[in-house]
Write a protein that binds this ligand. Structure first.
Ligand code: ATP
Ligand code: MN
Length: 464
């Protein structure tokens, strides 16, 4: 008796094996011939395996005939070639044991399809649906590809802190980490809250990015990456923003902006290629049920070189496009999702890397170009999502980075350790951040970022 997964039981190689299978019942029906068909799933793949439970089994009338959707069972039996269409194998059961029942009056996942909105209210059970099982497997594969890609190229995986006292973006979208009692906080003589009495003896926050810290390892080990959760208290109720999301941030010494672009393109292509090769069944599910463009989009992005267009050129294109915009287009304005999606989906119909943004739009750590007006920033835009990567060549000149901090109202005193990287052995370096959930949106065609992370955290919602 071999304990196997549904995925393995569905393969022809399993035919003839005596096996033990354990999982959750998707459906069960009686057949005229006096036996039951059970569709069993254990999360190992999109498909179910069909269990044929004969009427002769001792618990057939008392238990098997009453097994409801959602129950957990253990099945012993032999894998056989299936006479039915669409499934290579089935399992002829010699024993079916019910591990846990599921009250069909209250079990929320009955056979009918449910809206994604409803499924968010039962996020603890939604991984038992086809869609969320597929998302979980796809996320897993993408994470594996991320590590494979960097490890094969000699990058070191660095763990950057989750709690930090520096605000990487200077955008003030920070969650405070504090043990101060909000009812009776310690106060200074002037009546302000006294953070020197707080846990870290100063204000502390959840990180918005591991970049600043990972730069210190790039500027000693060469090629590194960090990959972890990041937190943004931005009140953006959009289908593309979460308050807690996962970000992959490579950082490379001796890389300039074009090297950074080359890496970002190769990295995204590797993720797509692996997903096409290793998540075929799940991608076919998304193609059929979620977004008819999945395969065309992925194959186009894989095959075409990413276009490289300066911010200034992009603004010209948008101004000449004849479109009406919700947010006005002008040199110096930030590009909004509507502009980014127009460029990648309508105008170029291709992934686009926009670069050289106005210095006023971008954080202090981006390298200032010789024109003085722009910085070596790059955003990668892809059809279906818009911005998926943000990155830059970093400013390696001590005096420039210091004056950029002041220009943005930041006190260089708080960043002495970061400035030391420019003080001692400074080198050109560059890096970027890829949002994991935006990547899953892109691969799956799912419309809402809340549906591609196990337990979404958004303004007003931190359930489960
Ligand atoms: P946006 O303009 O879409 O808010 P951003 O410019 O704030 O993005 P960066 O700070 O450059 O984004 O972060 C790098 C990447 O992290 C983005 O390209 C995106 O893929 C992802 N990302 C950023 N903010 C979020 C968020 N709130 N939820 C999910 N992913 C995000
Ligand atoms: Mn943002």
């Amino acid at each position: 008796m071999e304990k196997i997964t549904v995925a393995d039981a569905r393969k022809v190689e399993a035919i003839g094996k005596q096996v033990l299978l354990q999982g959750w019942v998707r459906t069960r029906r009686d057949s005229k011939g006096g036996f039951s068909f059970i569709e069993l799933n254990d999360g190992s793949c999109q498909g179910n395996v069909q269990i044929v439970a004969p009427g002769e089994l001792a618990n057939y009338e008392s238990e098997i005939k009453k097994i409801p959707t959602g129950a957990s069972i253990a099945v012993e039996g032999e894998v056989k070639a299936s006479p039915a269409k669409g499934q290579p194998t089935e399992v002829q059961a010699t024993s079916v044991r019910v591990l846990g029942g599921a009250d069909s009056e209250t079990y929320p996942l009955q056979k009918k399809g449910h809206s994604y909105e409803f499924l968010r209210t039962i996020a603890h059970l939604r991984p038992r649906t086809n869609t969320f099982g597929a998302i979980a497997r796809l996320r897993n594969q993408v994470c594996k590809s991320i590590h494979d890609f960097f490890q094969e190229q000699g990058f070191l995986y660095i763990h950057t802190p989750i709690i930090t006292a520096s605000d990487c973006e200077g955008a003030g979208e920070l969650f405070r980490v504090s043990t101060i009692d909000p009812e009776k906080p310690a106060r200074t003589e002037t009546g302000a809250i006294d953070y020197t009495k707080d846990f870290f003896h100063k204000p502390a926050f959840l990180t918005v990015s591991g970049q600043l810290q990972v730069e210190s390892f790039a500027c000693s080990m060469g090629k590194v990456y960090t990959f972890g959760p990041t937190f943004r208290a931005e009140n953006s109720n959009t289908p593309r923003h979460l308050a807690e999301f996962w970000m992959i941030e490579p950082e490379m010494a001796f890389y300039e902006l074009t090297d950074n672009m080359d890496l970002a393109e190769a990295f995204l292509k590797r993720i797509i290629k692996d997903a096409l090769e290793r998540c075929d069944e799940d991608l076919r599910f998304f193609q059929e049920r979620v977004d008819k463009e999945v395969f065309t989009r992925l194959k186009t992005v894989l095959e075409k070189p990413f276009l490289r267009v300066s911010y200034t050129e992009a603004v010209d294109i948008l101004l000449k496009s004849g479109q009406t915009w919700e947010f006005p287009v002008a040199w110096g304005n930030d590009l909004q999702s509507e502009h980014e999606r127009f460029l990648t989906e309508k105008h170029f119909k291709n992934p686009v890397i926009l670069y050289n943004y106005p210095r006023t739009l971008k954080p202090f750590y981006m390298k200032v170009n010789d024109d003085g007006r722009t910085v070596r920033a790059m955003d990668v835009l892809v059809p279906g999502v818009g911005e998926i990567i943000g990155g830059s060549q970093r400013e390696e000149r001590l005096d420039v980075v210091e004056s950029r901090m002041k220009e943005q109202g930041l006190n260089p005193e708080g960043y002495q350790w970061y400035l030391d990287l420019r003080r001692y052995g400074t080198v050109p370096h560059a890096g970027f951040g890829l949002g994991l959930e935006r990547t899953i949106l892109f691969l799956s065609g799912m419309a809402n970022i809340r549906d591609v992370i196990p337990f979404p955290r958004t303004p007003g919602s931190a359930e489960f």
